[in-house]
Design a binder for this molecule. Structure first.
Ligand code: ZN
Length: 1026
């Protein structure tokens, strides 16, 4: 999945420390059901904490010496409970059916059994009651009280539900789903029937699977032997979105069974599950459309299923539809039959073996453009009036498909590959196998209005989703804690493939920028390891889809590729894909594939675990001493009180160190060595003036130099910056500003370094300098230090004046120079420098006079619209165009301009309208909120809006989702006062514990504190020398 990318990494200036956000301790797994598979060591580590149900509410207690005994007791208790609720089903029939615990038909024997059961139950309750509190956590009690939850789950009909964990048991596994759906797009309901072929891996009585929001009308069960359908009971436990089918007989190990479930449900009005939307076509006629978005946990809302990524199966899908609609699913269409009632039923071929979150279907009015690529039919679908914008996507997909097939040495296994532009879609895109879904703006390209940035966006997202067909679809992570294996790889391949086949787009600049922003987020205390062991609840799963899984994952792969060589990297991932096709894996399976190629000279698993199992990244300090280079590593932490995080002192990474120097032996080639201790030494063969470590910033770490080396580098940049690559120059700018935040270098020295920018012509260093200084500007501006903020702008303007003056209002040049133009003119117009605004306004009024028909240069279109939106007539005209235009690329530029208005009433109207999904689709809301919050007039308004509408927002976008993360960060990251800190904290505390504990909420609070401390530390210095 690609979360929406536009401005998605807007991260705050975070400087100092925060100690209040400790991670929740892991809880030892207690109650493994005896019929579960034996677990691999890793599975034990990642075993979810469903067993907490058994110990929650017991209160607080320090661990004592008898911890192990209590754990054993707990395991026994858990097992005893699980046996009671599943294994002893027959003998406990009375117990199950009478929730008050009484026994029917009291024969003497039964009474005896009852007494025994009651005595045993009392003993268990007493044992639990008297056990020390918090016995079962690894690290003792969490400081907050856990909410009390029932020990045994009760189904909706009042009976005991036989499974207490969030994760499903593995005694039964699905083999094949046969799914028939009949959606009604006007009543927004659907009827469904799913037949699941199952295999029992162990003897069991119950079949536990996922289902939510279904009205189940009939469930039948059939054994392979008798082939006689028997109607059976179903128990529902909505808390865990699970149902339990009580089998009429024991399911025997190795035997096959069939379950058929008939049900009905509503088509969702959110963006999750099987959801419906309406839109107006070009003749303003209302149209209906239904699509799916299942990742991570919503397949269960479309059909009852084993909704965990490791339960792979095949799928046969049938869809009944009205004649005018097209139905699409993962596989090619097998047949279309006209039914008696005039409806058409499409049946799709049986799928390859895959996870439930990859299943997809779409019903809507669509057109397509197709091309055959060696036996695979590639098609781009859009609503009919937008079919003219699909050509670019088709050409791009064909090239990328070809590239991936030969790079991975594995053919794409399906006969077709559809990419569909959905009129309303929350994520950026989704990689459903064979049926990739996109927002219109991430798939469609309009030559007249799409900028070079738009072209890059479309190309990158197609590359990302296509890479998932191998990384994620063919080989899948076992569980969501390792979602970086999907997303980190797809993100890495997105940049890698673009560099290989669309080199002219200079996508490395975007990857570099993304790495800088990711490290900023990863340096917070609220960060997390990308391979995390404590992921279980739906919020925790949603939260794993954050920029760390995507970009830290991709950055680590880039570092590894650079260290091992491109050749070894490719061979290892080919092996990995071949060995694990159609199965699911852990991170270690990936590292094992690499170890096959390193000939025992390097343990890749040992090395990479230091990066994936720890949060944060290292700060490497470099000192020159004659021919020796002394190196030290420590965690780069914005925490200024290291004693609060003693565990960080032991942080150690295995760092591939690359470097160049001005010495003649080192300037031409990159040198690499591995720093796997706290400190190390590199012996050079000659003395050098300067050394630059982390060549091209391929390593995921920040470098600090002793004073004389910083001086020498600054001097070198002034004399001739081009001795270093543009990536290195951008890297130095990034590192020195981050170090200034940490107090390791003075802010003045950071500005001294960017003084060379007068001679800079490349995009990456200028963009990074503008980003760093813009963050400072934003803080000063929002705190009302108007004079200081404008002095800062003047300082930066003087550095970039000549480059700004050279810009023209055209689309000429390479993609990189076009993007630089866009950045520079936007900066100049935003701060009313040179004659930027006047030039932009002239273009705007000419465009307005032509009723929007005159073409504008696409790269500066947003800047032109922003100038126009500041005028009364301009804003209204832009809004009228927004409503009527057919190009999403142009509409987005207009929307950004509308949301940059200085009129708060207009800003409020925009947010409100987008929340209602009236003229502006709700998919754009987080973008609008972030844009409104960035500028002075709207930054308080945006937060007020979020508070006012919080419940609607989480209903629409789900707690923990990428959109919610983006809204929380976007509306709070420029706050820098105590009053705001208290307010944000109080607001989220008053919601629910789950809300307050969201990582994005903790991050928001940490960022506000860091902002406050940054201002406190630097305001005086800035006043003095700016
Ligand atoms: Zn993805």
């Amino acid at each position: 999945m690609e979360p929406f990318t536009n401005d998605r990494l807007q991260l705050p200036r975070n400087m100092i420390e925060n100690s209040m956000f400790e991670e929740e301790p892991d809880v030892v797994d207690l109650a493994k059901e005896p019929c579960l598979h034996p677990l691999e060591p890793d599975e034990v580590e990642y075993e979810p904490r469903g067993s907490r149900l058994l110990v929650r509410g017991l209160g607080e207690h320090e661990l004592d010496e008898d911890e192990e005994d209590y754990e054993s007791s707990a395991k026994l208790l858990g097992m005893s409970f699980m046996n009671r609720s599943s294994g002893l089903r027959n003998s406990a029939a009375g117990y199950r059916q009478n929730s008050d615990g009484t026994c029917p038909a009291p024969s003497a024997r039964t009474i005896g059994v009852c007494v025994c059961i009651i005595l045993l139950a009392v003993a268990i309750i007493l044992a639990i009651y008297f056990l020390p509190r918090c016995t079962f956590t690894k690290e003792g009690c969490h400081k907050k009280n856990q909410p009390t939850e029932p020990i045994q789950p009760i189904a909706t009909n009042g009976k005991l539900f036989p499974w207490a964990q969030i994760r499903l048991p593995t005694a039964v596994t699905p083999v094949r789903y046969d799914l028939t759906l009949h959606p009604n797009l006007t009543s927004m309901t659907f009827r469904g029937s799913v037949t699941i072929s199952l295999q029992a891996l162990q003897a069991t009585w119950n079949i536990i699977l996922h289902s939510t929001g279904h009205n189940i009308s009939r469930v039948t069960f059939m054994t392979a032997v008798s082939s006689q359908e028997k109607e059976v009971d179903v128990l529902e436990y909505p808390v865990h979105e699970q149902i339990a089918i009580v089998a009429p007989e024991t399911l025997l190990e190795g035997h096959n069974y069939t379950l058929k479930i008939e049900y009905s449900a509503n088509i969702s009005s959110s963006y999750y599950g099987f959801y419906g939307i309406s839109y107006r076509d070009e003749s303003n006629e209302k149209k209906y459309f239904a699509a799916t978005q299942f990742e991570p946990l919503a397949a269960r809302s479309a059909f009852p299923c084993f909704d965990e990524p490791a339960f792979k199966a095949t799928f046969v899908i049938r869809i009944k539809r009205d004649e005018q609609y097209t139905a699409l699913s993962n596989m090619p269409k097998k047949s279309s039959v006209v039914l008696e009632d005039g409806l058409v039923q499409d049946e799709f071929f049986e799928s390859v073996k895959m996870s439930t979150y990859l299943v997809a279907f779409i019903v809507g009015e669509l057109k397509n453009l197709s091309q055959d690529v060696n036996g695979t039919l590639v098609s781009i679908y859009a609503v009919p009036e937008k079919i003219g914008q699909v050509q670019h996507a088709l050409e791009t997909t064909v090239k990328l498909l070809d590239f991936y097939q030969s790079y991975f040495e594995i053919q794409y296994p399906l006969k077709k590959l559809d990419l569909v532009a959905i009129p309303d879609f929350e994520a950026g895109a989704m990689e459903n196998w064979g049926l990739l879904t996109f927002r219109e703006e991430t798939l469609l390209y309009d030559a007249n209005t799409s900028s070079v940035a738009d072209r890059k966006l479309v190309t990158k997202i197609i590359a990302h989703e296509l890479a998932h067909q191998w990384f994620g679809n063919l080989v899948t992570m076992q569980w969501w804690n390792d979602v970086w294996l999907n997303e980190g790889f797809a993100t890495f391949m997105e940049y890698f493939s673009l560099e290989k086949i669309f080199g002219e787009l200079s996508s490395y600049e975007d990857f570099l920028d993304a790495r800088f922003k990711t490290m900023k987020k990863d340096s917070l205390n609220s960060s997390h390891p990308i391979s995390s062991s404590s992921v279980e609840s739906s919020e925790q799963i949603e939260e794993m889809f954050d920029s760390l899984s995507y970009f830290k994952g991709a950055s680590l792969l880039l570092m590894l590729k650079t260290y091992l060589s491109e050749d070894i990297f490719q061979h290892a991932i080919i092996l990995y894909l071949h060995n694990h096709s159609y199965t699911s894996i852990h991170s270690d399976d990936l590292w094992d594939s690499f170890n096959e190629f390193t000939n025992k000279t390097l343990d890749v698993k040992k090395m990479m675990r230091t990066w994936t199992l720890q949060k944060g990244f290292p700060l490497v300090t470099v000192q020159r001493k004659g021919k020796q280079i002394l190196l030290q590593q420590e965690r780069f932490s914005l925490n200024v009180k290291p004693e609060i995080q003693p565990s960080d002192a032991s942080s150690l990474w295995h760092i591939p160190l690359s470097y160049i120097t001005d010495g003649k032996n080192y300037s031409k080639h990159r040198s690499v060595s591995l720093l796997d201790k706290k400190s190390g030494v590199i012996n050079l063969t000659e003395e050098v003036q300067w050394i630059k470590v982390n060549t091209n910033m391929t390593g995921y770490y920040i470098v600090h130099y002793a004073d004389d080396n910083w001086e020498a580098l600054i001097k070198q940049l002034k004399i001739n910056p081009y001795v270093l690559s543009d990536k290195d120059r951008a890297n130095l700018i990034n590192n020195i500003f981050e170090l200034a935040g940490l107090g390791k270098v003075s802010l003045q020295r950071a500005f001294d370094l960017i003084d060379y920018l007068r001679n800079e012509t490349y995009t990456a260093p200028i963009s990074e300098a503008l980003l760093q200084t813009e963050l400072i500007y934003n803080l000063l501006d929002k705190l009302g230090h108007v004079d200081l903020a404008s002095r800062l702008v003047n300082k930066v303007f003087k550095l970039l004046q000549s480059q700004i003056q050279q810009q023209t209002w055209t689309d000429e040049g390479t993609p990189s120079t076009r993007e630089l133009r866009s950045v520079l003119l936007d900066f100049a117009c935003a701060h009313r420098l040179e004659n930027c605004s006047a030039a932009a306004l002239k273009l705007f009024f000419d465009w307005m006079a032509s009723n929007g028909t005159q073409s504008l240069p696409t790269d500066v279109m947003t800047t032109v619209f922003k100038a126009g939106a500041k005028t009364e007539g301009g804003w209204s005209f832009l809004l009228s165009k927004y409503v009527s235009l057919g190009s999403e690329a142009e509409k987005n530029k207009i929307l950004e301009a509308l949301a940059s208005s200085e009129d708060v009433r207009k800003l409020y109207w925009l947010m409100k309208n987008s929340l209602d999904g009236d003229l502006i689709r709700t998919q754009k809301l987080s973008f609008i909120i972030r844009t409104v919050a960035r500028h002075f007039p709207g930054h308080l308004l945006a937060w007020d809006f979020v508070k006012e509408n919080w419940s609607k927002l989480v209903q629409k976008f789900h707690l923990g989702s990428y959109t919610i993360q983006s809204i929380v960060a976007g509306s709070t990251h420029l706050f820098a006062t105590k009053a705001h800190l208290s307010e944000v904290q109080a607001f989220f505390e008053n919601q629910s514990e789950a809300t307050f504990r969201l990582r994005c909420v903790q991050e928001a609070l940490e960022v506000i504190q860091l902002n406050m401390q940054w201002v406190e530390k630097n305001l005086k210095t800035l006043t003095y020398w700016l």
